[in-house]
Design a protein around this ligand. Structure first.
Ligand code: HPA
Length: 278
């Protein structure tokens, strides 16, 4: 796979998109990118096509056990939705261009709204495990950016504006849907790190101080590419554990996945409601 500045990269994106378009029966309007333990957010969808990433031309292959590595498409309340079950992380060794490849395929297929979900550690003392947090903004501390390199003007501008990345309208809509369904939705700033090591107490203190409410190892690369692509974005985190720098407790991946899986049906309900009312 090429890197984003290389013509070959865009050619590969287009080949992957053309292949998928030849298989699916609609024009995807919404893209859903699901995170750790959250691959099941498609319960309310009338699925018409499923494919392993490995069978899509040029697609990177997911290496994380909790990620299915499948693309599923179909209708949700009449809207054609494309779901990426499983994402690629910088910590797996993928370059930013691979992490954002699925978003570029969505762009090529005409997706206008991206919903990203993830599992995140809670930093805000008012958060509890199992909470859903709508991302209102992010801080990219990965040290990487998917737009580095020659800019391809056909896909987006050189210096994308980042003043309103997460759509206030979609956050409002998600809040209304949550309320209607008796779900509590928090709001906050997500900080994206590279990982894979989790945070030391001093790092947790630092990221809290700079204004973060939740921390995770994904999302920001895809979101930057989606902004470049001109998409409207809704980001939803499941708070799987609480990071308190004054009372540090070991966090385990099993626990993180377990909490995310338990919260997945609520997240699915929220996403379905958003798709219905947007
Ligand atoms: N840190 C980083 N990523 C995470 C965490 C965490 O505590 N929980 C879930 N993803």
């Amino acid at each position: 796979m090429g890197y984003p500045g290389n013509d070959n990269y865009w050619h590969e994106v287009q080949e992957a998109a053309a292949y998928l378009q030849s298989q699916i029966t609609g024009s995807p309007e919404i893209g859903l990118m699901s995170g750790t333990g959250l691959g099941g957010s498609t319960a309310s969808m009338a699925v018409d096509f499923e494919i392993d990433y490995a069978d899509i031309p040029h697609f990177p292959v997911s290496t994380v056990v909790s990620h299915a590595g499948r693309m599923v498409s179909g209708r949700m309340h009449g809207r054609y939705v494309m779901v990426m079950q499983g994402r690629f992380h910088l910590y797996e060794g993928y370059p930013p261009g691979a992490v954002t490849f699925p978003v570029r395929v969505m762009q090529a297929l005409g997706v206008k709204t991206l919903i990203v979900t993830n599992a995140a550690g809670g930093l805000n003392p008012e958060f509890a495990p199992g909470d859903i947090m709508a991302i209102v903004d992010h801080i990219n501390l990965t040290g990487e950016n998917p737009l580095v390199g020659t800019n391809n003007e056909d896909w987006g501008v050189r210096f994308p504006d980042m003043s309103a990345v997460y759509s206030p309208e979609l956050i409002q809509l998600a809040g209304n849907v949550a309320e209607k369904n008796g779900l509590r939705m928090k709001k906050g700033v997500y900080v994206g790190l590279k990982g894979p090591s989790l945070e030391t107490p001093a790092e947790t203190r630092f990221i809290r101080k700079i204004g973060a409410d939740a921390v995770g190892l994904s999302t920001v690369q895809e979101v930057i590419a989606a902004v470049h692509a001109g998409m409207r974005i809704l980001g939803l985190s499941i708070i799987t554990n609480i990071n308190d720098p004054d009372r540090p407790e070991p966090a385990t991946v099993e626990e993180i996945i377990g909490v995310a899986k338990n919260a997945a049906p609520f997240l699915a309900q929220l996403i379905s409601g958003v798709a219905e009312e947007m």
